[in-house]
Design a protein around this ligand. Structure first.
Ligand SMILES: NC(=O)c1ccc[n+]([C@@H]2O[C@H](COP(=O)([O-])OP(=O)(O)OC[C@H]3O[C@@H](n4cnc5c(N)ncnc54)[C@H](OP(=O)(O)O)[C@@H]3O)[C@@H](O)[C@H]2O)c1
Length: 261
């Protein structure tokens, strides 16, 4: 059991039945946190809960965070079940791949809900609860696409920038109230989403999915894709008292792939 000092921390992780959110849940549970997860369907939430249960105290409920009432509702529900909130870990669903001109206006409308408004909705609800905790923090999962745009991911490239400025704005506004606010920008992390993007690239280039993934790995100084748990370790650290003087940062977890300063 945990070495980071987050035993008993009450944490809501959104979009967490699979992939990165799920990896974060695994690590936090192993560190002794009490975790609330969500995904869009009852079935996916129940499956994830039963698989995570051996690791610790986990709860969950279905919510589509692109729908305001559901995004807000999941925060209330998590607080009710956990008895408060020490951490919000905002993860969202993956946006549709596509170049700027391939995406139509309905994709942009949905993208704004998926990548920006959902964060606003859950954050507005979570702040009063997290403030009460006295040891609370907010962590936003974004993407390295924010710093160096990725081909065919126009929605992510354009819209996620708002979240980094949300982190900067909130770290200034909430620091005096005892709340730290940070972001993590994952690089290539092996999940179903990664395969979706690789299949999209494969259809565009005629290369196989394996070739595409090898090319990505080759572009990473550590020569491999990351695991969802490796993102979870970074989240666990940022939530913990060991990060007590860290606020307003965007931490890439990308094996060194980003070239920019
Ligand atoms: N994988 C990467 O390399 C990478 C890198 C940078 C950024 N990202 C971003 O990180 C996020 C997670 O990616 P991932 O690779 O973990 O994706 P994933 O494996 O496809 O998992 C997505 C998770 O989000 C949930 N979800 C999707 N839409 C939702 C919604 N509207 N409301 C609530 N939950 C929702 C899904 O649950 P249900 O299906 O049960 O709803 C699932 O648990 C995405 O925004 C992705 O773009 C990924």
């Amino acid at each position: 059991m945990g070495k980071l000092g987050i035993e008993g921390y009450r944490v809501l992780i959104t979009a967490s039945t699979r992939g990165i959110g799920r990896g974060i849940a695994e690590v936090l549970l192993e560190e002794g946190a009490r975790v609330f997860i969500c995904g869009r369907s009852r079935e996916s939430v129940d499956r994830a809960i039963s698989e995570l249960k051996p690791l610790g105290e986990v709860y969950g409920s279905p919510a589509d965070i692109t729908v305001r009432e559901q995004a807000e509702g999941i925060v209330d529900k998590a607080c009710e079940v956990l008895g408060g909130l020490d951490g919000l870990v905002y993860v969202t669903g993956p946006p549709r791949p596509g170049t700027f001109m391939e995406l139509d206006l309905s994709d942009w409308d949905y993208g704004v809900k998926l990548l920006v408004l959902s964060a606003i909705w859950v954050t507005r609800k979570a702040i009063p609860y997290v403030e009460k905790s006295g040891r609370g923090s907010l962590i936003y999962l974004t993407s390295t696409a924010v710093k160096e745009p990725i081909h065919n991911l126009a929605l992510s490239n354009v819209l996620r920038v708002s979240i980094h400025n949300l982190v900067k704005t909130l770290s200034r506004e909430l620091g005096p109230r005892g709340i730290r606010v940070n972001a993590i920008a994952p690089g290539y992390i092996y999940t179903e989403r990664t395969l979706q993007v690789a299949r999209d690239q494969s259809a565009r280039t005629g290369k196989s999915v394996n070739e595409i993934i090898s090319e990505w790995a080759n572009d990473v100084p550590l020569k491999r894709l990351g695991t969802t748990r490796e993102v979870g370790y970074a989240v666990a650290f940022l939530l913990s008292p060991l990060a007590s003087y860290i606020s307003g940062v965007v931490l890439p977890v990308d094996g060194g792939r980003l070239r920019s300063l």
